[in-house]
Each structure stands twice: as C-alpha cells, then as structure tokens.
Design a protein around this ligand. Structure first.
Ligand SMILES: NC(=O)c1ccc[n+]([C@@H]2O[C@H](COP(=O)([O-])OP(=O)(O)OC[C@H]3O[C@@H](n4cnc5c(N)ncnc54)[C@H](OP(=O)(O)O)[C@@H]3O)[C@@H](O)[C@H]2O)c1
Length: 238
C-alpha cells in the first residue's frame, strides 16, 4: 500500500532512525509532522523532505512537554485534515550501574522514552477514533524483552514503553487502531554517542534498514496489523 497523502507524525525526526523514516516517507508523498528539540536539524530534514515531494510541518521541543504534544496533534489535524499514523521514535539511553544513576538521569529517560510515548498516544487516540482508523508505531528495543548489566535504567524505560503499548493495543483494537511495536538491536546512529557511519558501527543495522522496516509496517494492507517486529543485524547475538 502506498503512503501517498497519508499524514504521519514522527517524533525524534531530527537525525538517525526518525530522519531516515521521514525521508523514506517523503519519497512516497506523505504529509509529515516532525518533532525533536534541535530546530536547526529539523529545518534541514524539512528542506530535504520537501525537495522529495512531501508537505512538512516541524515542531521543536521535547516530547515530554504536554503543551507541545497537544499543539502537534491539533496543528497536524488542522493542516492536513487527518492523522493516519504516529511513530513514537524519540528516545535515548543512559548506561550505568544502578548505584551510579542520578535522579535527573532517571527522570530524563522516563520523561522522553515513556511519558513522551504516553502523551502522544493519549492525544492522538481521540482523533483516530473519530476517523475510524489509525496506526501507532512505537520504537522500543530488543531490551524491552531482555536485560543486561549496565542497562537497568534504559531497559526499565523500554519495558515500560512496551507494557504501555501492549495494553493500549488491547484498548483500541476494537476502534480499528493498530498498535505496532518494533524491537530493534543495534542501529548505526548517534544513539551510541558516535557519528552515523563511524567504523565501530559498520556491522550494525543502518537507519535506512530501520526506515524500510517501519515503512513495511505502515504500508501493510488495511486489514493487516504487524503487532510486533523484532530485528537485528546478523552480526549481533540474540
Ligand atoms: N540506535 C540503536 O542502536 C537503537 C536500538 C534500539 C532502539 N533504539 C531506539 O530508536 C529510537 C531512535 O533512536 P536513534 O537510534 O535514531 O538515535 P538518535 O540518532 O540519537 O536520534 C534520537 C532522536 O530522538 C530525539 N529526541 C531525544 N530526546 C527527545 C525529546 N525529549 N524530545 C524530542 N525528541 C527527542 C533526538 O532529537 P533532539 O536531540 O533534537 O531532540 C533525535 O531526533 C530511540 O527510541 C531508541 O531508544 C535505538
């Protein structure tokens, strides 16, 4: 199914997986609302996406900012007349021994990875219910299903995001709203505090691999829902 003229909100779209997805969808002629904190980077993604044929709105701020989230949903619906899909992709990690994690680090991770997903879902679901359809794709991680030494905070946030998504799926399926979760292994992005393309990340998934995967989920026929998708580079043990 083509995603031409579909209206899709992507959080964390200034770089990495979110940017790659925005540019993939732009080639299909989707209407995009892109969210991240870095205004300059968002502007650059907007220019690239428009050059590929998309109509693009950008919103700079944190996904944990309730007022911003409400603005994104309202202005997207007003501008494009509908909201077909939401991709909750914004997120980051802090990897430390539990005893070393600061309260600020704990709160920041949960604000972005969990509260951001919750706020966007809460605000978009009424619009999707009214239009009788919708698709929410939450970008979790394979560490929403396994833990590792040094991952207590990040894993806890991804388990929470996943549990929220699974319960939401049960609530909204009867309203014809799909909830998909992507569980990914390592991806070559700035997430790992290295530039995209760094040789240390050469055997990781690329952000384009992830964009193609999310595109596949979004473009399934109307009667098909990919509830969960696990993806790794072949080089990563699982
Ligand atoms: N890379 C991996 O190996 C990997 C593996 C599994 C899962 N994931 C997940 O994939 C998602 C995307 O990560 P990535 O790999 O593409 O990393 P990335 O290149 O660091 O991109 C993260 C994106 O999230 C945005 N962001 C972070 N905090 C935000 C906030 N509070 N409000 C709004 N936007 C925020 C960043 O933009 P600003 O800084 O401009 O706000 C950026 O656009 C994350 O949820 C991550 O947990 C990544």
């Amino acid at each position: 199914m083509s995603l031409q003229n579909q209206t899709i909100i992507i959080t964390g779209a200034s770089r990495g997986i979110g940017k790659a997805l925005a540019l993939t969808l732009a080639k299909d002629g989707s209407n995009l609302s892109l969210v991240a904190r870095n205004h300059q980077e968002l502007l650059e993604v907007k220019k690239e996406a428009e050059a590929l044929g998309a109509k693009v709105l950008i919103f700079s701020g944190s996904v944990a900012d309730e007022e911003l989230v409400k603005k994104v949903i309202t202005e997207t619906a007003q501008t494009f007349g509908k909201i077909d899909a939401l991709v909750n992709n914004a997120g980051f990690g802090v990897f430390k021994q539990a005893a070393e994690i600061t309260t600020h680090e704990w709160d920041s991770i949960f604000e972005t990875n969990v509260k951001g997903t919750f706020l966007f879902c809460r605000e978009v679901v009424p619009f999707m219910k009214n239009s009788g359809q919708g698709h929410i794709v939450n970008i979790a991680s394979d560490v929403a299903k396994r833990v590792f030494d040094g991952g207590s905070l990040y894993c806890a946030s991804k388990y929470a995001q996943d549990a929220f998504s699974m319960a939401l799926r049960k609530e909204v399926r009867k309203d014809n709203i799909k909830v998909s979760v992507v569980y990914s292994g390592v991806v070559d992005t700035h997430f790992h505090k290295r530039e995209e393309g760094d040789p240390h990340q050469a055997r990781y998934l690329s952000s384009k691999d992830m964009a193609n995967t999310i595109y596949f989920i979004l473009s399934a026929p109307a009667h098909v829902v990919i509830d969960e998708l696990m993806i790794h580079p072949i080089s990563q043990d699982y």
